[in-house]
Ligand binder design. Structure first.
Ligand SMILES: Cc1cc2nc3c(=O)[nH]c(=O)nc-3n(C[C@H](O)[C@H](O)[C@H](O)COP(=O)(O)OP(=O)(O)OC[C@H]3O[C@@H](n4cnc5c(N)ncnc54)[C@H](O)[C@@H]3O)c2cc1C
Length: 393
């Protein structure tokens, strides 16, 4: 291996996970390079993508520690104080309230493009981090002493540790021979923002109809993030509905609880595929963010989990460095893998089970769903576990 440029860590993908990971090692003196296929202008001003990210208290703390929160305008931060889960037209709701916790809110919600921009802003001027844009990675290989990454233009970069943060359909994970179990839910999620005349009272609502799931997440002011999940073959019809008809349909499904609703953004469709990498690490190589675990968005854990994983890996690298050890040693990477898997696996499997329960239209499935809501309400430990997941730091 004789790469043209040498670094300590190569990170493939400058999405929110790759950027946050680079930022968390910025005071170590390690020379880091981030490789991103998009142009610099896209990182500096990421396009609105319809995703509004519900953040746990733990993610908020990490983002504050990394300085990202300072780059997020107040007017972009929504607050979730309460959450309700409703089954079809039933008035019965599973209710999570911040007043039952030691916090005064369950979480915040921020548009994804604003998070991406904040992550870029805290990394772009760091002296030990180089960001190469319009740099598409086409090759990656590692051996017991080093890793090498090849760009589309033929440039080769070397480092003792290579990290992939290049999305749930990570090409470099595949190139490194790491398989992933993928669950295609056969459904599409359509996300958009809507304004309404009645306040959401900082309450998130998830409503499971039999033909689609509708979630409304409270944003700043009288605006909500609307998330419609439906069978793939029904998605085009909803995407092509005139904006007024779409707004009227959402308003009707929500029984007009938010008053008159108006579509104020594009509608963005995302096919729902859950991905779990069979290994998070290999020789001098690790996957973080969606490249490790691509969650179904119903439980809003994707970025939260990615941030947690990036923080765990950064802490392992930092402690190896402080002990004078090789940062790419397999025991360092294995520590990350076992800690992150322990957190990620139950969340991934639990989320997929929830999705199956709420998309099962058989009679037993519907009965089980009704029962699950009641059990959730009746059994305090179940509710406590879910709210703790959101509010603990
Ligand atoms: C509809 C929806 C709603 C969601 N809601 C929530 C929520 O409420 N809460 C939550 O926590 N999460 C949520 N998520 C998940 C969250 O958006 C993702 O977990 C997060 O964006 C993943 O970040 P990432 O950096 O791992 O990957 P990405 O954002 O996919 O970034 C990967 C980067 O790698 C680059 N790249 C890829 N291949 C290459 C290559 N070969 N060479 C160079 N660069 C490359 C890409 O250009 C991109 O910039 C949601 C997701 C969806 C779809």
């Amino acid at each position: 291996m004789s790469p043209q440029a040498q670094f300590d860590i190569i990170i493939i993908g400058a999405g929110p996970a790759g950027l946050s990971f680079a930022r968390s090692l910025s005071d170590t003196g390690l020379q880091i390079v981030l490789l991103e296929r998009h142009a610099e202008s896209t990182l500096a001003n990421p396009p609105e993508d319809g995703r509004d990210i519900a953040l746990t208290h733990s993610s908020e703390k990490i983002m504050r520690d990394l300085g990202m929160w300072d780059h997020i305008p107040e007017t972009e931060i929504g607050t979730i104080r309460d959450a309700k889960v409703v089954n079809g037209k039933s008035p019965y709701a599973l209710h999570f309230a911040s007043e039952n916790t030691d916090r005064d809110y369950l979480g915040h919600i921020i548009p994804n493009h604003i998070i991406r921009q904040a992550a870029y802003n805290v990394v772009k001027d760091l002296p030990n981090v180089t960001i190469l844009t319009e740099a598409e990675v086409v090759g990656v290989e590692t051996n017991t002493t080093a890793g090498k990454v090849t760009l589309k233009d033929g440039t080769e970069l070397g480092a003792p540790l290579v990290i992939s943060a290049d999305s749930r359909f990570s090409e470099t994970r595949r190139k490194m021979g790491i398989s992933a179990s993928m669950t295609d839910f056969g459904r599409v999620v359509i996300v958009c923002e809507m304004e309404h005349t009645i306040s959401h009272n900082d309450t998130a609502s998830e409503c499971f109809h039999y033909d689609q799931t509708l979630a409304i997440l409270p944003m700043h002011g009288n605006k909500s993030s609307v998330v419609v999940t439906l069978a793939t073959d029904k998605a085009d019809a909803v995407m092509n509905m005139p904006p007024e008809a779409f707004a009227a349909d959402i308003q009707r499904r929500f029984d007009g609880q938010l008053g008159n609703m108006k579509l104020v953004s594009e509608r963005h469709p995302y096919p729902l595929v859950g991905v779990f990498a069979s290994q998070f690490v290999k020789t001098r190589f690790a996957v973080v963010g969606d490249a490790a675990v691509g969650m179904h968005p119903v439980t809003a854990h994707g970025f939260n989990l990615g941030l947690t994983g990036a923080t765990i890996l950064a802490a392992e690298i930092r402690s190896a460095l402080e002990g004078g050890f090789d940062i790419g040693a397999s025991w360092v990477l294995k520590n990350y893998e076992s800690k992150h898997r322990r957190i990620a696996r139950p969340l991934y499997l639990g989320t997929n089970a929830l999705v199956r329960l709420y998309t099962d239209t058989t009679v037993p499935g519907r009965m089980l769903r009704r029962a699950a809501l009641r059990v959730g309400n009746i059994l305090p430990p179940v509710k406590q576990m879910i709210t703790r997941q959101l509010t603990q730091i």
